[in-house]
Design a protein around this ligand. Structure first.
Ligand SMILES: Nc1ncnc2c1ncn2[C@@H]1O[C@H](COP(=O)(O)OP(=O)(O)OP(=O)(O)O)[C@@H](O)[C@H]1O
Ligand SMILES: [Mg+2]
Length: 218
């Protein structure tokens, strides 16, 4: 099993969007997938409730009050975490995680807050001991803009190569309320958008060479 924690104390950077999309990608690839919601807002739980029965199945875990043991017989466990989460709690969740995915938005405020978070992450034992890998993913990127350039400079500054970038598209907001992801939609335009996710999915899959559902994807 691979456990993926999606975290960044900065609100609205795309944690739930990333958590639900990764879960849907794994589920649709035929992996037994669970999505734990550790955020009182319950956005991921709400998304799973709306998810159509014909879409790839995702086992919901309600971790809003406290987190339990990861379920048995699961290939991928994704944990969606809240904004403003204390580092102590992030440390607890990190101990379960193979990979922590950190979405970051192009705004100056987000870049500064995420830089601070990455510095704090590096002081935590699972990261220091390289038991948990850190994957920073640039989100809501508008290619060719000044803010996209600022985000690229930020990545160089914090010494993270990054695992791709997700373009800004209104479709993400439109489908969230229906329990869907772009991995559930057919059409050329969604294939193109799915390519944005390939580096992140490949990175995660490489931590488990046993089952590598996306190794062949671009
Ligand atoms: N790549 C994107 N393009 C366009 N909109 C996006 C993208 N990623 C996320 N969004 C939108 O941004 C908003 C915030 O995203 P999301 O809820 O995933 O963030 P969050 O980090 O989980 O927020 P919170 O900190 O409140 O839990 C949502 O309306 C979502 O649909
Ligand atoms: Mg959220």
């Amino acid at each position: 099993m691979i456990t993926i924690l999606v975290a960044n104390p900065k609100g609205g950077c795309g944690k739930t969007t990333v958590a639900t999309h990764i879960a849907a990608a794994f589920a649709n690839a035929g992996l037994r997938t669970a999505l734990a919601d550790a955020d009182k807002q319950g956005s991921s739980l709400g998304w799973m409730k709306q998810r159509p029965s014909e879409a790839g199945p995702i086992q919901p875990l309600d971790w809003r009050d406290s987190w339990g043991k990861p379920p048995k017989a699961i290939d991928r466990l994704i944990i969606d975490s809240p904004a403003a989460m204390k580092m102590g709690k992030i440390d607890d969740l990190l101990r379960m995680a193979d990979v922590v995915v950190v979405p970051v938005l192009p705004s100056g405020f987000d870049v500064a807050a995420t830089g601070d978070f990455l510095k704090k992450l590096e002081t935590l034992k699972p990261i220091r001991k390289s038991r948990t890998a850190v994957a920073v993913v640039r989100n809501r990127v508008q290619l060719g803009t000044r803010s996209a350039g600022r985000l690229d400079s930020f990545m160089i500054g914090v010494g993270h190569k990054g695992v791709g970038r997700l373009r800004h598209r209104t479709i993400y907001t439109e489908i969230a309320a229906q329990g869907l992801s772009i991995f559930d939609l057919s059409g050329k335009q969604y294939e193109d958008l799915r390519d944005d996710w390939a580096p992140l999915l490949r990175y995660i899959e490489n931590s488990d060479p046993g089952i590598n559902a996306f190794a062949g994807s671009r």
